[in-house]
Ligand binder design. Sequence first.
Ligand SMILES: [Zn+2]
Length: 422
Amino acid sequence: MSRRLLTLALLGSACVGGCADGRLGEQLGQDAAWEPVTVLALPSCAVESPYDAGLTESWAAVVDAEVRRVASLFALPLDGSLRVRLVPVPVPAQAGDEPWRLLMHGVDKRGLAGYAPHGADFVVVYVPDDRSLPDDRILEFLLGGPVATSSVVRHELAHALSQRAGLPADPRWFQEGLAECVEHMDEDSDRLVWPAITPIEVVRQADPAPGALRALLDWPELTTGSGPEDLRPELYDSAHALFRFLAGPHVEAGFAEAARRAAALDRGQLLELEGAWVSWLGALDPLAEVAAGLAAPEADTRDRARWVLNGFSLLWKERGQMRAAVTLALDSIRRDGITSPTATMLALFGPQLLSGDEVLALEAQGDSGVVLAQALRQARGEALDVERLLRAWAALPAPRRIELSMPEYLLGELLKPTDSPP
Ligand SMILES: [Zn+2]
């Protein structure tokens, strides 16, 4: 869920294929000339792929769903005229120094995952070359591997379709802020909705350095001469935070209209808003938002909040809020039982933070509780009741065991089936 590596995208200039100097220009030219193996014409778009028809269909399903969501967000008809080019890049055994290879390996955000050239009828999304990976590894990328392809696709579609909806192609902070925001929106079946909980990338900007707004407004368009400076993740995160600050109050009027109002502000007006932006960032309290989600009457909202609670663990740790987060996980277990995100979070962070009584209370939560509590005891260096653990584990159906994969991992050999004695 929240493990998505964030996309970097190049909002290309009009010179795709035309500017020949520099490695980036060369790459863009190659991408424009690249010949697909399979072209699938869907009602929503054309998917151009380096894979055979069977594998292409799996990718096309992801692309199709994202085109429908993003088009609906901007109230655009599905006319099938956009091309989504899945351009293959080789994935070497060890990541090389080329940025898109590094990204493929999940190393960092320095590289490109895709881009949407201004005014073009296509977007490019880099995918693993099928000659260097077996099919199941390729599908892993698709389903949320090192690069979560669906989030890259959505980000690039946001660039392309926002411009079709009449929103401006620049300045860059606006287009990247918009695309990051769309990328991190929640899904409500076929629709994208404004996230109920502030995305972590925005929260991380809570204390922006002096001059951060100016740097953002001065962010140059990527050109063939651009360097790594222009791909710094904090610029994308700042743009996301600024866009959310400006558009958020207007989302009731529709996403495109909210974006239009953000785009209408000129440089002077934006600089005047710097103080308000910084105060807004400083007042964000994501833990309070998660707590509200966990207390919601709708089971879906509570489930989403549990995943966010677990997914933001590193943030709680950074902010010294881990004990409060653990308490929320315990509250959730009392209400909804042990679930995958709460079991994972408690197994990872609970051993040092839970009291003996709290571990005992977990143990009273049926077979899942016994397994989780024994995993906590193991991590705390306490004596285990192995017989009770094995009885509880044997009684759990497979789906419940999958939810307990982190406690299972902590218990290690204890839960491995042993050979019968000779
Ligand atoms: Zn982008």
